[in-house]
Design a protein around this ligand. Structure first.
Ligand code: FAD
Ligand code: DHB
Length: 393
């Protein structure tokens, strides 16, 4: 067995692990990142697309925002459609100047990986069986296998940035955890296509046939979603079926303006809300999807991972640079306070925008009444906008 030492081991090289790694390296704190899969595999996953202003600022602070500002699309509003009508939510006006940035998670991850290479910091890809150990004592360590050899990395802290299925949360004794979960009875079928987006801003659609979302990655690349059944398979949907279905769920003027074309990615994501409490166990800290999942409707998953990174980084900087553990000790409480507000917002958007078979036509009318209220009440629109652009850290 090989044995090495670092200050912080990060399990998971998704956006949260890479961003934390970058902020630690920038602060002069040694860290190693481990991931089960290859960098190419991580970059092949199509996920989030909307960055809150707080996320944009964190990427600026990390020094990885240059391409995002060049290629990303700042959006100052989005549309809601329901009952054949279309209404704009003017985020910038409703939040006194805030916007969101359309820039894919793949691009954020690529920028962070490139920076890590420039930093000469260590990432071990295709590390098998990564396991946190002894995190309830003062000498935690992580083991993993690579090319048939077992490695042990001793450290001060282990940060679990390893997503919902990763080993960090699973290493905590069940009795020490409280979990909260809601599984929704539908999924999202998403496609990417090299066609210009139907509108220059996003469109979230409520329709009796189900939810639809018109999003984008660039001015020539569209990302579209439709609510689908949980037992559906992406391969059961031809491109023509997808285009017909999404157009049915949009007002006529939008459907008629839509440019269609072959998709080059098509996949189904289930929707769930999940939170684990607390987010810290001794020397092990959970960050991002390892600790919580939100349904994608409010575009919060990636943004929450970034706010967790902000809080844990404050804690680690306090420990190493200021010799104070106040922020580290407050991590779980501070992160969870923001997490629960985003969980609530994502649940609310999901409930208002999707078809729930059990709620019938009564449920549909209630949703339309809520949406009508939302777009005509300045107070309600402001609340939606304030949450969508992201609550303060
Ligand atoms: P992840 O990105 O999941 O990264 C975790 C990393 O840990 C991965 O690289 C994984 O390989 C690694 N890992 C796992 N197990 C191990 C192990 N045993 N050893 C070492 N490493 C391990 N959010 C939105 O806002 N909008 C969306 O449209 C959207 N779509 C999504 C679609 C899907 C299918 C999924 C799964 C998520 C989606 N999300 C979306 C959520 C968003 O992508 C996540 O919230 C975000 O990726 C969280 O980042 P993370 O770094 O915490 O976790
Ligand atoms: C995208 C995903 C979302 O969940 C969302 O609310 C908005 C946009 C996207 O993938 O572009």
């Amino acid at each position: 067995m090989s044995r090495t030492r670092t200050q912080v081991v990060i399990i998971g090289s998704g956006p949260s692990g890479l961003l934390l790694g970058r902020l630690l390296t920038k602060a002069g704190i040694d860290n190693v990142i481990l991931d089960r899969v290859s960098a190419a595999y991580i970059l092949g996953r199509v996920r989030a697309g909307v960055l809150e202003e707080g996320t944009v600022h964190k990427l600026e602070e990390a020094g990885v925002a240059e391409r995002m500002h060049r290629e990303g699309l700042p959006h100052s509003g989005f549309d809601l459609t329901f009952d054949g009508r279309r209404h704009r939510i003017d985020l910038e006006h409703l939040t006194a100047g805030k916007k969101v940035m359309i820039y894919g998670q793949t691009e954020v991850t690529q920028d962070l990986m490139d920076q890590r290479t420039r930093d000469g910091a260590s990432t071990i890809y295709e590390a098998e069986d990564a396991q946190p150990h002894a995190f309830d004592g003062s000498q935690p360590y992580v083991t993993y296998r690579k090319d048939g050899v077992t490695h042990r990395v001793d450290c001060d802290f282990i940060i679990g940035c390893d997503g919902y299925h990763g080993p960090s949360r699973k290493a905590v004794p069940e009795a020490a955890l409280k979990t909260f979960e809601k599984v929704y009875p539908f999924g999202w079928l998403g496609i990417l296509a090299e066609v210009p987006p139907v509108s220059h801003e996003l469109i979230y659609a409520n329709h009796p046939r189900g939810f639809a979302l018109c999003s984008m990655r660039t001015e020539t690349r569209s990302r579209y979603y439709v609510q689908c059944s949980l037992d559906d398979k992406a391969e059961n949907w031809t491109d023509d079926m997808f285009w017909d279905e999404i157009r049915r769920r949009l007002p006529d003027e939008v459907a008629q303006a839509m440019t269609t074309g072959p998709s080059f990615e098509k996949s189904i994501a289930p929707l769930r809300s999940f939170v684990v409490e607390p987010m810290r166990f001794g020397k092990l800290f959970l960050v991002g999807d390892a600790a919580h999942i939100v349904p994608p409707t409010g575009a919060k998953g990636l943004n929450l991972a970034v706010s967790d990174v902000h809080y844990v980084m404050e804690g680690l900087a306090g420990h190493y640079l200021d010799k104070s553990d106040v922020a580290l000790n407050g991590y779980s409480e501070r992160a969870l306070s923001r997490v629960w507000k985003a969980v609530r917002f994502s649940w609310w958007m999901t409930t208002m925008m999707h078809r729930f078979d059990d709620n019938g036509t009564f449920g549909q009318r209630i949703q339309e009444a809520e949406l009508d209220y939302l777009v005509h009440s300045e107070a309600a629109s402001k609340s939606l906008a304030e949450n969508y652009v992201g609550l303060p850290y």
